[in-house]
Design a binder for this molecule. Structure first.
Ligand SMILES: [Fe+2]
Length: 491
């Protein structure tokens, strides 16, 4: 058992104040509606986000740690219901059985008493990478997804069903932001790892079967954190910002996730037909999420929340005020270039990216034909500068591992065995039997007392137009504990 001490939540900005974890699970059958809710609005809004049930041990790194907390709001005939539930992974169930956290934080890996893990430990241990980032519905399955671990299937009432491996086709998991092609129903996924293959992609057909098994992306020879992807009619677009993962540093108390802007940013344009990957590269930039992508003649246009860096304390020696904008990158596979056009000066994402980018005009990064290696940054003309520097919030990532947790070869072995899983080729790709896709509101059971003042504010009928089909579920992803964010779009 770990000797790590629980994090002082009152001193951790992402565990206190408006980010304080929600530990009650409640159901409210009939929320008070302010205004008028159109009677033809029927459906559900679901969201997921990090929300540790127990005070974390050793360290807490927002937003990639913490148990998943699902929130659901159901609309039906002018009435609104709410419920929330933890994503009860096997790792969380082990902690609930122990009555406290048993896993160390990402920055403070620790031994875990195997007798506490139960008969079917999640494959990420000794880390606890829970399904806390996104919730997606595909092929009749509602999936809570984390950053690279296997998803968990969720019932329509938000109860957790079981770990989900796509009929055995994707046992190592997927990253949290797959993309569904609305015209074909296919879901495109990728996964990064700390050992080869460092980056892979795969396709899940509209029926839920794996139609393209995990396929290594050649040219990626180191581990990078990659949070989101985009698709066009021709390509899967995976942007590799220079945010490297260093497991050895993690196990020795160093900086395991480090921003290296000198490497530049590369983009893999992966033809959906499986032909050779095409690369473009340019100066370093970062984005957590992509807004849209589309083919435009021979080039690809990619719209996104541009950031000069990732925030969250990952910058290391490159720490500087983060600038942000909404941008369009023109990706030209013919000459290997990325041209970044800053379309709006408002920073959109990343803690600390409260500083607007001052460059509202086109910024280009001409570079030679791109090999699938690190980018050169010498040709960049990007000129986004901070006008009102604002330091990023403090992060728990600087917590010091204990000597017991950092020097163990066993931890190294466990990490290797848990992350170097070979993705097998699915045999018959037989989909599992999909559960009902109904968005039936939860039952009236209430695990804990709901707050007496629960209510939902609605726009007037004149501004809330349109209707939704009865079985439609909207999805959203992590965003702290501040309440629903806009519905997540699809590409
Ligand atoms: Fe995300």
């Amino acid at each position: 058992m770990s000797s790590l001490s629980p994090v002082d939540e009152s001193a951790e900005p992402f565990l206190s104040g408006r980010f304080a974890p929600v530990r009650d699970e409640i159901e409210v059958d009939d929320l008070v509606v302010d205004g008028t809710l159109p009677s033809d609005v029927t459906g559900a809004y679901l969201r997921n986000g990090p929300n540790p049930e127990f005070p974390p041990l050793g360290s807490y790194t927002y937003p990639i740690e913490g148990d998943g907390m699902l929130h659901g709001v159901w609309f039906e005939r002018g009435r609104v219901r709410y419920a929330n539930r933890f994503v009860r992974t096997n790792s969380l169930k082990a902690e609930e059985a122990a009555g406290k956290a048993i896993f160390g934080g990402l920055m403070t890996p620790a031994f875990v008493d195997q007798s506490l893990l139960g008969p079917d430990p999640d494959p990420t241990w000794p880390f606890k990478l829970d399904a806390d980032v996104n919730i997606v519905r595909h092929a009749g399955h509602i999936l809570a997804i984390g950053e690279g671990a296997p998803p968990y299937e969720i019932a329509a009432d938000l109860d957790t069903l079981a770990r989900y491996d796509f009929g055995g086709g994707l046992p190592a998991g997927i990253t949290a932001h797959p993309k569904i092609d609305p015209s074909t129903g296919e879901m495109f996924v990728f996964r990064y790892d700390v050992s080869a293959p460092f980056l892979s992609w795969a396709v899940v057909g509209a029926d839920g079967s794996v139609t393209r098994p995990p396929t290594a992306i050649d040219g990626v020879d180191e581990a990078y954190m990659i949070h989101d992807c985009a698709i066009t009619a021709r390509y899967v677009v995976i942007v590799i910002g220079p945010l490297q993962l260093d497991v050895n540093a993690m196990l020795s108390g160093g900086q395991p996730i480090l921003w290296k802007p000198e490497l530049g940013t590369r983009v893999a344009l992966i033809p959906r037909d499986g032909s050779a990957v095409r690369w473009v590269h340019g100066d370093a930039f970062w984005a957590w999420h992509w807004a849209n992508a589309f083919d435009d003649g021979d080039v690809v246009q990619l719209d996104f929340a541009w950031s000069s860096g990732p925030g969250f304390g990952f910058a290391g020696s490159h720490a500087a005020p983060i600038t942000g904008s909404f941008a369009r990158a023109t990706l030209n596979p013919s000459n290997g270039t990325i041209d970044v056009h800053h379309l709006d000066q408002n920073a959109l994402e990343s803690p600390g990216s409260t500083t607007a980018c001052s460059a509202a005009t086109t910024a280009t990064s001409p570079s030679p034909a791109a090999p699938p290696t690190r980018a050169s940054s010498s040709a960049s003309t990007t000129s986004c500068t901070a006008t009102t520097p604002t330091p990023a919030p403090a992060s728990a990532s600087t917590a010091t591992p204990t000597s017991a947790s950092r020097s163990s070869s066993r931890v190294t072995a466990l990490l290797t065995s848990s992350t170097a899983t070979t993705w097998p080729t699915p045999a018959t790709s037989t989909p599992t039997t999909p559960p009902s896709s109904s968005s039936t509101p939860p039952t009236s059971r209430t695990r804990r007392s709901p707050p007496s003042t629960s209510h939902v504010a609605c726009p007037t009928a004149s501004t809330a137009t349109g209707s939704r089909s009865a079985d439609r579920l909207e999805q959203s992803d992590e965003g702290g504990h501040e309440g629903p964010r806009p519905f997540e779009g699809s590409h």
